[in-house]
Design a protein around this ligand. Structure first.
Ligand SMILES: [Zn+2]
Length: 309
């Protein structure tokens, strides 16, 4: 059984607009099909990064009947005017967050997702859109979630942002492009899980059509990918806990295949497939805060299903 720690069911890796239009019409059949794909590949524990359409919440409902554990934050929290519109709801500051968080609790999120920086800019190497929350704001947001026993996943790129997220108490760091050795040491010391999402870059580099589409930016994409591989390699040596999350739904990262793409990319750091899969499972359970009883229940349902066929 595999655990995929970073997907967006509100995107399909191909045509974002069409996909979102379908979901907006509350046609969730394609989501059901995606869940079946994961099931067929034995990826039975999933963590979504959230969306503003209710798609991941619908996916969680469907997953129950398919014998899949599906964790979703509902929607992510991002700073108004900054990146995050398609995956979350905006807040202007702490006061505003209190209201949005109260709304969020009604849909019973499994974790909180906070967007602290933008995406890695393909056109300009090393640019990630700056840090969007102040330390005080982020600390308040993270600690408020923890009071409700929600693990916190923080989307952060750059040393400055990841450092801030670790200090504020984040449980997992998503992406974490362009981070230095000091931050890696912090990740190791504080036992924070890192989900380095190599696939959105690696898959573009290895797909002829996409390589062509991103022709003018391909050198930056390659550079960022190679840099991230180097950083992951160092992180493994330092004992940082790494989990596998492909960011499936991002352009070129397809649902269910994304997990195996990410394993392939991580293996390039010089670790064996067995090591990667062991890491993926152990750290995946921790990242998603899967309780032993939950896992037992899932194993029981797999066993029963096998008997039926
Ligand atoms: Zn994501």
């Amino acid at each position: 059984m595999f655990i995929e720690c970073h997907i967006h069911v509100s995107m399909n890796g191909i045509n974002l607009k069409d996909w979102r239009r379908t979901l907006l019409e509350q046609n969730y059949k394609p989501i059901s099909e995606i869940l079946d794909l994961y099931k067929r590949k034995n990826i039975l524990i999933l963590r979504d990064g959230g969306d503003n359409l209710g798609a991941s919440l619908a996916a969680r409902e469907m997953a129950i009947h398919k014998g899949i554990i599906y964790k979703t934050p509902g929607w992510a929290i991002y700073k108004k005017g900054r990146y995050g519109g398609i995956i979350g709801r905006p807040v202007t500051g702490i006061e505003d967050f209190k209201d949005v968080f109260a709304e969020l609790l009604k849909v019973k999120p499994d974790h909180l997702k906070v967007v602290l920086t933008g995406l890695v800019d393909f056109s300009s190497y090393g640019q990630v859109g700056g840090v969007s929350f102040s330390y005080e704001e982020l600390y308040y947001i993270v600690q408020t979630a923890k009071e409700k026993e929600l693990p916190v996943m923080v989307h952060a790129n750059s040393s400055e942002a990841v450092k801030m997220a670790i200090e504020a108490g984040a449980d997992t760091i998503e992406h974490g492009y362009f981070i230095n050795d000091e931050v890696l040491h912090m990740l190791a010391e504080k036992d924070v899980i890192w989900v380095p999402t190599l696939s959105p870059f690696g898959n573009i580099i290895e797909n002829d059509e996409l390589k062509h589409k991103y022709q003018s930016q391909i050198q930056n994409i390659k550079r960022a990918y190679n840099q991230q591989l180097e950083t992951v390699k160092k992180a493994v040596e330092l004992g940082v806990k790494i989990a596998i999350g492909s960011d499936a739904g991002a352009i070129g990262v397809y649902h269910s295949q994304g997990f195996f793409d990410e394993v392939k990319h991580i293996k390039r750091c010089g670790i064996t497939e067995n090591q990667v899969l062991k890491m993926a499972f152990e750290n995946g359970l921790k990242a998603l805060n899967i309780k032993p009883s939950e896992l037992k229940l899932l194993e029981k349902s797999i066993h029963q299903n096998n008997k039926e066929f």
